[in-house]
Design a binder for this molecule. Sequence first.
Ligand SMILES: [Zn+2]
Length: 187
Amino acid sequence: MKKLEQFDRLVEAFGKIPGVGKKSAIKYAYYVALQDPFFGLNLAHTIENSIQNLKHCIICSGISQNEICDICSDINRNSSIICVVESPKDILTIEDSNSFDGLYFVFNDINSVGNLKDMISKFNSKELIFAFSPSINSDGIMLYIEDQLKELGISFTKIAQGIPTGVSLENVDMLSLTKAIKDRKEL
Ligand SMILES: [Zn+2]
C-alpha cells in the first residue's frame, strides 16, 4: 500500500498536541489540508506569528507580547497582592473569572524564588495568594516559598478548598474559582 507520507506527517504533528488522540489528529489533518485549505493556511500563519511574537513576561513569566506583560504594566491593578500560579495558562483562567485584580507570578521551579522576591520588592507587595491545584507536592512548594520569603514580612494565603485535589485550575468552573479566591485562607 502506498503511504500518504505528507498526510501521515501532518497527522503525526497534530497527534503531538496534548490531549489530541489519533482520531482527532486525522480529522484535523484532513480539515486543514483538504476540507478548508484557506483556513489551514491562515492557521499556519497565525501559529508562526504567535511563535514569533509571544514570550514570557520578564517579571511574572506570564504570556506576553512585550518584555513586560499588560498585567504587570497596568498601574490600575492592585500590586499589593500577587497570586502565585503553576502555569501561565492559570493566569488566563483567573482573568476570565474576573475575580482578581492583583498581579500574578508563575512559579516554574525552585529557581523562581529569586524572581518572586524581586517582584515583591519592585511592587512593594503585601500578600501572596497561592492558587495551586491541591496536592502534597503543591503543599510542599508553598511551605518552601513561605520559608524562603518569611523575612519580607508579607502575608501568605491560599485559595480556599473547594478546588478538588489533582484538578488543574483550567478545569475548575468560574464560580468555584471566584469563591476560592474570595474565601482564601492564611497559610
Ligand atoms: Zn507580567
